[in-house]
Design a protein around this ligand. Structure first.
Ligand code: KIV
Length: 274
């Protein structure tokens, strides 16, 4: 398994990281077999899999449930834990914002009851930095997340963030603060590429981009977006193929064939019941 501690040397050696999300055993097996360095059970599963309009409603219990399923899928294709990708679980909205004690309890549940060995959380407000510090001092690896932070959608929207020099300075200060608090890596979502390029140089920890340009130490993608499975494709994450429309065509054809040749069709002879 790629341990978070090894990620610093990956950055130092200029070896880019590729991270994919997963939400169940099927997707976990797929991204592990694809060779992802880490599998993120992102709270985007609230939208991608559970059909919510935002990531806010997903609960810690639901994240734990999906994380265990992903772990089973990874283990099914990679029995040797030393070869498995790092499994990271998002801490959902309000599981870590209320107090660092509650955050520790939530992250502890992730590590105690799922195969995940790291958590991710969003933002860098003073309370969040306290949480990161508490988790890290308790032995829990933490990945940060800045830029477009979907748990703040009602303040920020799903728009590109940090478009002006003042907010870019703020993101740089926040990124440094997360690094000092002990984050082992930082996700930077939907920001101008120049900001990512600057942070990639300034930070010791790997900068993992999504919609942040190419000058990052690694990239993360929502697997459903890459496969073209979603009906809500983010503009900064184009699909590699259109699995939804291909799958839909195949399924429509199967349904049509059943309607044409099935036992209840008036076109086919009546089949006696067995
Ligand atoms: O929840 C998620 O899938 C994420 C990625 C977009 C980084 O946080």
């Amino acid at each position: 398994m790629t341990r978070p501690a090894n990620w610093l040397s990956r950055k130092h050696d200029g070896l880019p990281l590729a991270i994919l999300t997963a939400w169940d055993a099927l997707s976990g097996a797929l991204v592990a077999e694809a060779g992802a360095d880490a599998v993120l059970v992102g709270d985007s599963l609230a939208m991608v899999v559970l059909g919510h309009a935002t990531t806010l409603p997903v609960t810690l219990e639901e994240m734990l449930h999906h994380c265990r399923a992903v772990g089973r899928g990874v283990a099914a294709v990679m029995a040797d834990p030393s070869t498995q990708p790092l499994l990271i679980c998002d801490l959902p909205f309000l599981s870590y914002q209320c107090s660092s004690g509650e955050a520790l309890a939530a992250a502890g549940q992730v590590l105690k009851t799922t195969p995940a060995t790291a958590v991710k959380l969003e933002g860098a407000e003073p309370e969040t930095l306290e949480v990161v510090d508490r988790l890290v001092r308790s032995g829990i690896p933490v990945m940060g997340h800045l830029g477009l932070t979907p748990q703040s959608v009602h303040q920020l929207g799903y728009r590109r963030q940090a478009n002006d020099p003042i907010t870019q300075e703020r993101v740089c200060r926040q990124a440094q603060a997360l690094q000092e608090a002990g984050c082992f890596a930082l996700v930077l979502e939907h920001v101008p590429a120049v900001l990512a390029q600057r942070l990639q140089h300034e930070l010791r920890i790997p900068l993992i981009g999504i919609g942040a340009g190419d000058h990052c130490d690694g990239q993360v993608r929502v697997t459903a977006d890459l496969l073209g499975l979603t009906t809500r494709q983010p503009p900064f994450s184009p699909p590699l193929l259109n699995l939804r429309s291909q799958g839909l065509e195949a399924l429509k054809q199967w349904v049509a064939e059943q309607h044409e040749h099935g036992p209840t069709s008036s076109a086919s002879p009546a089949t006696p019941h067995c």
